[in-house]
Design a protein around this ligand. Structure first.
Ligand SMILES: NC(=O)c1ccc[n+]([C@@H]2O[C@H](COP(=O)([O-])OP(=O)(O)OC[C@H]3O[C@@H](n4cnc5c(N)ncnc54)[C@H](OP(=O)(O)O)[C@@H]3O)[C@@H](O)[C@H]2O)c1
Length: 357
């Protein structure tokens, strides 16, 4: 009897051992099939996990300085983030990390506004909030930007100065907030620097940072940049003081910006006409985009901000457009032939048929 019992125990143990071995072999086969097909991807994701961990720890340390009011990132968040990243390693089809994070989708990846304290910068902040997109206003002085309460739900103010004349200051700030895009609305000012410092070199600095971080760059430039012989160009170019040569500076700035982003082409340049104070009535429906610097007109800053949002959301790359209110459209020079523009009911839609530079 004892012998039978001992034999049964032996057979059961053997069976258990075989089951465990088969299980191990199967899971090993599964892992190796995943890892052979996605070896590089997994290494990439693991390093991203590491990066997320480091950045979260960094943010924990800097939490008070950065004043993230509505979000406390703690170990639990860290574990959840890791779990999400890990599940994307094993689930198929593989979804790339970058695709999961769309522009301004959370306060963890805000749209950074350079020159955020300026008139257009503030309108961009409002427009972002209006779209439910997250942003962060950055200013030369680091002073708090006065924004309406509902805007503040989505757009915070970066507490340190971000001077576009210093590439390091831009890079540090973008890395700190994990910016998902840069909107450049800075321009020469009495205290902020000359046109060549802000509208030329500053643009190059910001574009270089955007390229190095692999993020989108939207530049607010000006109509008529390619028409140095036009009256408008010459008048604006000789405003004097820090604004002297502003059209030349903007022209060079655009060129430098494109050059800095040759690889990714992840930029859109918007050239508004004169910025008018009469606010938008019908939003996108009143606006037209054009290309080639033939046609232009006035546009209000809230409409311009709408075009910026369209540029952030559009999947177009390496594009330069003029933006104006349809009711004010006219040829930049009388001898130009008329050119049909791009219109849509939405600010994003009007980019659908634009051509790359
Ligand atoms: N006004 C028009 O009719 C017109 C027409 C076509 C295109 N545009 C262009 O549209 C854009 C927006 O115009 P806007 O009138 O709305 O702008 P704005 O109110 O003059 O704002 C420009 C902002 O740039 C900031 N700035 C200056 N130097 C800086 C620096 N070194 N670092 C960081 N920020 C700096 C200024 O800050 P501080 O004041 O603190 O220095 C200011 O807040 C500009 O590029 C402008 O040239 C304007």
């Amino acid at each position: 009897m004892k012998m039978v019992f001992t034999n049964m125990f032996f057979i059961m143990s053997l069976l258990m051992l075989i089951i465990m071995l088969v299980d191990k072999i199967e899971s090993f086969a599964h892992i190796s099939s995943i890892s052979s097909s996605n070896h590089h991807h997994n290494i990439m994701l693991m390093s991203q996990i590491d990066e997320v961990n480091q950045s979260i720890c960094r943010r924990d340390n800097e939490h008070q300085r950065y004043d993230i009011k509505h979000k406390t990132i703690n170990r639990r968040d860290m574990l959840i983030k890791n779990a999400i990243l890990l599940s994307s390693i094993t689930s198929r089809p593989q979804v790339s990390f970058a695709k999961d994070i769309s522009i301004g989708s959370s306060s963890d990846n805000p749209v950074a506004i350079l020159g955020g304290g300026g008139k257009t910068g503030k309108e961009v902040a409002k427009a972002l909030a209006g779209e439910g997109m997250y942003g962060i206003s950055m200013t030369r002085s680091g002073k708090e930007v006065q924004l309406p309460k509902p805007t503040k739900e989505y757009v915070q103010c970066y507490p340190d100065p971000v001077d576009v004349r210093e590439a390091d200051s831009i890079l540090k700030a973008m890395q700190h907030v994990h910016a998902s895009a840069i909107v450049y609305t800075a321009s020469a000012s009495s205290k902020g620097g000359t046109a060549f410092e802000v509208d030329d070199l500053g643009v190059a600095n910001a574009a270089r940072v955007a390229e190095s971080l692999g993020i989108r760059f939207v530049l607010v430039s000006a109509l008529g940049i390619d028409r140095p012989e036009s009256k408008g160009y010459q008048m604006t170019n000789t405003l004097g003081g820090n604004y002297n040569g502003i059209m030349d500076a903007k022209r060079q700035g655009e060129e430098r910006g494109r050059k800095e982003m040759t690889k990714s082409k992840n930029y859109i340049i918007i050239r508004p006409g004169p910025l008018i104070s009469v606010k938008s009535k019908n939003g996108a429906a009143d606006i037209e985009l054009n290309q080639g610097d033939y046609i232009g007109g006035g546009i209000s800053r809230d409409e311009l901000a709408g075009v910026v949002i369209g540029a952030l959301k559009s999947d177009k790359k390496g594009v330069t457009v003029e933006a104006y209110r349809r009711a004010t459209r006219q040829k930049i020079q009388p001898q130009f032939e008329d050119r049909a523009g791009f219109v849509s009911d939405t600010y994003t839609g009007m980019f659908d048929n634009v051509k790359p530079d």
